[in-house]
Write a protein that binds this ligand. Structure first.
Ligand code: AMP
Ligand code: TRP
Length: 336
């Protein structure tokens, strides 16, 4: 995964992830590991977007656990809380306050055009929450509060980023330069891992079957079982060919877990066959995940310490967010 910058100064980068219980290897290779790269050269703000997670029905206890699990996963892969500001969105009331202010300049038409809202609400748009509708505006507030220049997101979030840019420009043109206009950072040769059972779909935590993904918490036995039953095709030779979706996905995972090019791995297994490839993939993946899993368990075993880390990060983020909100409130004329 490579992000490249020509700018010699550390750039403010903000990422957000919604806390959900199941974190899978798609999230690991698509979000957590790239974040680790970003931490090296940037001023990184990493947000647990818990107020986004309540825009759909949820269970309180599960959300609480998920917030801790996401934090533990980031720390376990190597996010260093002394370098990166790891924080919890709901601890900083400036997010919801700025969201309100931005809602007053966002148009109904632009919010209605958001394809994720249309997808998630389906044909029952009158019965989903107002929060789900307003979610992209809260996301804009998340970004604009921190003067984030770059925002790493998946393709599905690109439209939300465009809305954040439009709102920043609109506010700036009415009230003078206030917000940095953010750019999306779309991971180029991103690992879009596919479902193990339906390789034409992306690996997703909302999939009906747990066999379709490998959770960061799966033990070696389960990983072996899931990889063994992963859907491939009936061709004999092992080749790295995008049209052979299931096999392509397994080779991609193999490559990510070993750092070796996928076509080189395919060549090594060309005549060995699928069973040997799957067995060896399970082994390399288990070894890759083991240290991460061990650290996650340790972190989750001391919830007080984990909470302390999250609270500390949130206190630093709050200072930045509060200062920006104050500037905004002055500009709109509510500070006496
Ligand atoms: P989500 O789980 O959809 O909320 O996504 C959280 C983060 O993980 C986002 O940055 C996604 O781009 C990334 N992600 C989710 N699913 C995958 C996948 N199957 N492959 C790669 N990255 C993924
Ligand atoms: N909506 C994002 C997602 O589902 C998560 C998110 C919330 C986010 N606020 C953000 C991402 C701010 C980047 C910046 O993936």
């Amino acid at each position: 995964m490579s992000y490249s910058y020509s700018d010699p100064f550390p750039m403010r980068v903000l990422t957000g992830i919604q806390p959900t219980n199941v974190l899978h290897i798609g999230n690991l290779f698509g979000a957590l590991i790239p974040a680790l790269e970003l931490q090296k050269e940037n001023d990184l703000y990493m947000m647990i977007a818990d107020y986004h997670a309540i825009t759909v029905p949820h269970e309180a206890h599960a959300l609480n656990e998920s917030i801790l699990t996401v934090a533990a996963a980031y720390l376990a892969v190597g996010i260093d809380p002394t370098k990166t500001v790891l924080f919890q969105q709901s601890q900083i009331s400036a997010h919801t306050e700025l969201a309100w202010i931005l809602e007053t300049i966002a148009y109904m038409g632009e919010a209605k055009r958001m394809t994720q809202f249309k997808d998630k609400s389906g044909d029952k748009q009158d019965n989903v929450s107002v929060g789900l509708f307003a979610y992209p505006i809260l996301m804009a507030a998340d970004i604009l509060l921190y003067d984030a220049k770059n925002v790493p997101v998946g393709h599905d979030q690109k439209q939300h980023l465009e809305l954040a840019r439009d709102l920043a420009q609109r506010f700036n043109s009415s009230h003078g330069q206030t917000f940095v206009v953010p750019d999306p950072l779309i991971c180029k040769h991103g690992a879009r891992l596919k479902s193990l059972t339906e390789p034409d779909k992306k690996m997703s935590k909302s999939a009906a079957s747990a066999k379709s993904y490998i959770s960061l918490m799966d033990d070696p036995d389960l990983i072996h079982k899931k990889i063994r039953s992963a859907v491939t095709d009936s061709q004999q030779l092992i080749t790295f060919d995008e049209s052979r979706e299931g096999l392509y996905n397994l080779l991609t995972i193999f490559s990510l877990a070993t750092g070796r090019p996928a076509d080189e791995i395919a060549n090594e297994y060309i005549e060995k066959g699928m069973k040997e490839l799957k067995d060896n993939l399970s082994e390399v993946l288990c070894s890759y995940l083991l240290p991460i899993q061990t650290k996650m368990k340790k972190l989750l075993g001391d919830k007080q310490e984990l909470t302390r880390i999250i609270n500390n990060g949130s206190a630093s983020a709050k200072k930045v967010a509060d200062a920006k909100l104050k500037e905004v409130k002055k500009k709109i004329g509510v500070i006496l």
